[in-house]
Design a protein around this ligand. Structure first.
Ligand code: F3S
Length: 391
C-alpha cells in the first residue's frame, strides 16, 4: 500500500489538471511495482530522452502533447544531451530535417520550464546534490556519479519517470533511496596499474560485466580524479547497469556486505577488455568527452595538440557552459587551429554520426566504445590521444 499525502492524492485525482495527474499516475504505478511505502521530495530532476536520434517522432509527439496540456516542472530540471550542437549544427552538416525536429523537442521541454543544459555531466556545471540528498536523474553515468561520488540518492530513472518526478517534485521511495540497498555485495581488488581515463573505463567495463545486478566496491585504487571516476562509473553503467559503486578511502560511502564476493583484477583483464572493444586501428574521427568533458580534460587535449595539424577530425563533446569557459580561456581557438572542434549540447553517441558519413571513430571512453559500435554502426578504436591513428 503506497501512502500518499493529501497534496499527492489531489494530484492523482486530477485536481491540479491533466498533466500533473498523468505524471502522478506514472509515479504511483512505479511505487506499486517496486513496493514503495511512500513518495519523497526531490531537489532536482535530470531528464534523458532528448535526442531526436533516440526518441524519434513518437517521443516528439508525446512531449508536444504533454507541453500542450500545461505540464510544468516543480523542481529544478535539466536535460541530457540533444542530437546536435544547437549552434554549430549547420557547419557540422547535420541533416536539416533532423535539426528541425530536434529544435521542436527542445522547445517542448523549454515550455515545461526545463533548463536546456543538454549535458550528461550536470555536476560539472554546478548542479551537485549533497550527500544524502534525493534526486531523480536518468542519464546512467550521471546517476552512477551522483550516487557514488557525491553520495546523493537516485534510482536510474527512465526519461518519462524523471519528467514525471520533475512535474510532481517527488519520486517513489524505493531502491537506492533506501539505506539497505546502498550496500556493496561484490569487491574488486585492483592489482592492475590504472592511470589513464581509458584504464578507468576498461576497469569499469570489466567490473560492470562481472557485477551485473550487484553494487560493486573497489579496493587498491590509491587515488582518482573526478574525470577518472566519471569514466569508471559510465563504463560500469553501460556494461552492467551499475548505479552505485564505492571505492575504499575515495567515495563518501564504503559499505560492504559481510557475504561480499571478492575478485582480483590484474593487467590481463584490462588488456582483454580494451581489445574486445576495439574494432578499428585507423579512424576518420577522434572523439573525447563521454561523459561530457570537464574543462581540465579540454585543457589537457589543447596542450597536446597545440601547434599541430590533425590528420583527421576531432570532436571534444561537452556542456555549453564548459565550452564557454574553454572559449574564454583561449582553448577553443587552439583546438580549432589544429583542425578540431569543441562540440556542445550533444555527443558522439546521440548525434546522427552514420548519417553524417562517419564509419570509423576513436574514443578514450569504454562506454562510448560500446555504443558507437552497437548503436552508431561505427568501427571503433579505444585508447588515448597519443595512440590514435588518423586515416
Ligand atoms: Fe554522455 Fe553521450 Fe556518453 S550522453 S555519457 S557523452 S554516450
Amino acid at each position: 500500500m503506497v501512502h500518499l499525502t493529501k497534496e499527492e492524492q489531489k494530484m492523482l485525482d486530477g485536481e491540479y489538471g491533466e498533466a500533473p495527474q498523468q505524471a502522478m499516475e506514472i509515479l504511483y504505478a512505479l511505487a506499486k511495482i517496486y513496493n514503495a511505502k511512500n513518495m519523497i521530495p526531490i531537489s532536482s530532476a535530470q531528464i534523458a530522452g532528448v535526442s531526436y536520434a533516440t526518441i524519434g517522432d513518437a517521443g516528439l509527439e508525446y512531449l508536444k502533447e504533454y507541453a500542450k496540456k500545461g505540464a510544468k516542472v516543480r523542481v529544478p530540471a535539466f536535460l541530457n544531451p540533444a542530437g546536435m550542437d544547437l549552434e554549430q549544427w549547420k557547419e557540422m552538416k547535420v541533416p536539416e530535417e533532423f535539426a528541425k525536429k530536434q529544435i521542436e523537442i527542445m522547445n517542448a521541454y523549454i515550455n515545461m520550464g526545463i533548463r536546456q543544459t543538454a549535458t550528461c555531466t550536470p555536476y560539472l556545471i554546478g548542479i551537485r546534490p549533497k550527500k544524502g540528498e534525493h534526486v531523480a536523474w536518468s542519464e546512467s553515468s550521471a546517476v552512477c556519479f551522483a550516487n557514488s561520488v557525491l553520495g546523493a540518492r537516485t534510482n536510474r530513472e527512465g526519461g518519462p519517470s524523471a519528467l514525471a518526478a520533475a512535474i510532481c517534485g517527488i519520486t517513489p521511495n524505493y531502491g537506492l533511496h533506501l539505506d539497505e540497498n546502498r550496500v556493496c555485495d561484490i569487491v574488486f581488488e585492483v592489482e592492475a596499474k590504472i592511470e589513464k581515463i581509458s584504464d578507468f573505463g576498461a576497469l569499469g567495463y570489466y567490473a560492470g560485466e562481472v557485477a551485473k545486478g550487484k553494487n560493486p566496491a573497489f579496493s587498491g585504487i590509491k587515488k582518482a580524479t573526478e574525470d577518472q571516476l566519471k569514466s569508471l562509473g559510465a563504463a560500469m553503467a553501460a556494461s552492467g547497469s551499475v548505479a552505485l559503486y564505492n571505492i575504499k578511502d575515495i567515495t563518501p560511502e564504503y559499505k560492504i556486505s559481510d557475504a561480499a564476493e571478492k575478485i582480483t583484477i590484474t593487467e590481463k583483464e584490462l588488456k582483454e577488455t580494451k581489445e574486445k572493444l576495439r574494432s578499428a586501428e585507423k579512424v576518420e574521427l577522434m572523439t573525447f568527452g563521454c561523459p561530457h568533458a570537464s574543462i581540465h580534460e579540454i585543457k589537457n587535449i589543447a596542450e597536446k595538440i597545440k601547434e599541430k595539424k590533425l590528420k583527421c577530425e576531432l570532436w571534444i563533446c561537452t556542456a555549453r557552459e564548459t565550452k564557454k569557459k574553454a572559449d574564454e580561456m583561449g582553448l577553443t581557438k587552439i583546438i580549432e587551429k589544429a583542425g578540431g572542434r569543441i562540440v556542445a549540447d550533444t555527443c558522439m553517441v546521440v548525434s546522427p554520426l552514420h548519417e553524417m558519413g562517419y564509419r570509423k571513430t576513436s574514443t578514450n571512453s569504454a562506454k562510448s566504445a560500446k555504443y558507437l559500435r552497437d548503436l552508431c554502426r561505427q568501427k571503433v578504436f579505444l585508447g588515448e590521444l597519443e595512440e590514435m591513428i588518423c586515416e
